[in-house]
Design a binder for this molecule. Structure first.
Ligand code: ZN
Ligand code: ZN
Length: 327
């Protein structure tokens, strides 16, 4: 197998020839067909997450087909198309696993961070954490659903039922979630970097009710806001944009420091929450809804060997939607 390996933090990924791996008990080996590039991959490369493990193969939006199975794998078969998400393993016995909050497991493994991921021609995964994907849709179009889509879905669930929904940062996750929210009959208000008119125009093309800069107030108070951008300065702005009792959800795994804020913008029972990881149930719920909602993902394809370019372009905000690596 070949892979783009992170050998040390803050260094480019290196194209590397590696021995083929055999799946152990309960594991599957997947021939990677496409792997999305997520902002979390940048955080991994940049050493912004605790307990980094290098060398590591990043990538946690994996679509591929099972080409080998270890002993004890049930409910999956050779040749089946599956998706491998960020949550790669949980312990099953800690208090969080026992209270159906496995996203907060005390002893988890995360794909592309603490276990090898999908910036490779092949990967080995815990079969219990792979999602059957069926045969509808191209590999490339499905890849961004595995994290951008899933984290967006969990964030939306936590944001509640409110009709007027603000999305701060209009990248891979928001472009999917705007379509989901639209299908649910909500009104979406898209916030981009101030002056980023092309992204605002792109958001409007996806049916949002309003698009503007993050320094602007929406035309009406929001019931909830989800912050996808990694900018802590957005927290007070979003709190000011939500109504009394409104909710602000931080969807990222990493964010710059949140500045001091006057208590009055939190008062009146506004809530500030964060989203961490996903549960398998989130994945099953979301992926079962995808065909009904007719979600179209916008992707930019890069050959696997150009993973560093894809990461650089993501950092610079050079494409709309999501980057996807194809071996
Ligand atoms: Zn656990
Ligand atoms: Zn991700």
């Amino acid at each position: 197998m070949q892979a783009m390996v992170l050998n040390a933090l803050h260094t480019p990924l290196a194209w590397t020839e590696l021995p083929d791996r055999d799946p152990g008990p309960g594991q599957i080996r997947v021939k990677v067909a496409a792997c999305g590039v997520c902002r979390t991959d940048l955080h991994v490369v940049d050493g912004e997450l605790p307990h980094p493990l290098v060398p590591i193969i990043p990538g946690h939006e994996i679509v591929g087909r099972i080409d080998a199975m270890g002993p004890g794998v049930a409910d999956l078969k050779l040749g089946q198309r599956v998706g491998i998400p960020w949550l790669g393993h949980t312990c099953g016995v800690c208090p969080y696993c026992r209270m159906q909050r496995e996203n907060l497991c005390d002893h988890p493994l995360f794909t592309g961070f603490t276990r090898d991921g999908g910036f490779a021609t092949s990967t080995v995964a815990d079969a219990r954490f792979a999602f059957p994907l069926g045969e509808d849709g191209s590999d490339e179009s499905l890849a961004p659903l595995l994290c951008a889509g899933l984290i967006g879905w969990r964030s939306l669930t936590i944001a509640g039922e409110g009709k007027n929904l603000g999305l701060y940062g209009f990248g891979a996750a928001a472009h999917i979630l705007a379509q989901v929210a639209h299908c649910q009959g909500r009104s979406v208000f898209a916030f981009t970097r101030p002056g980023d008119h092309p992204t605002q125009e792109y958001a409007r093309s996806l049916g949002v009710s309003w698009a503007g800069g993050s320094d602007e107030m929406p035309p009406q108070p929001l019931d909830a806001a989800i912050i996808f951008a990694t900018v802590g300065d957005l927290v007070p702005l979003a709190l000011k944009a939500v109504r009394k009792g409104g909710r602000v959800v931080c969807a990222g795994i990493h964010m710059s420091d949140i500045p001091g804020l006057p208590y009055r913008i939190l008062w009146e029972e506004r809530e500030l929450l964060s989203v961490a990881n996903l549960t398998r149930q989130d994945g099953l719920d979301f992926l079962s809804q995808v065909p009904k909602m007719g979600i179209v993902t916008k992707t930019t394809r890069y050959p696997l060997q150009q993973a560093n370019q894809a990461l650089a372009d993501l950092r610079a905000g050079l494409f709309e939607g999501a980057a996807v690596l194809v071996p």
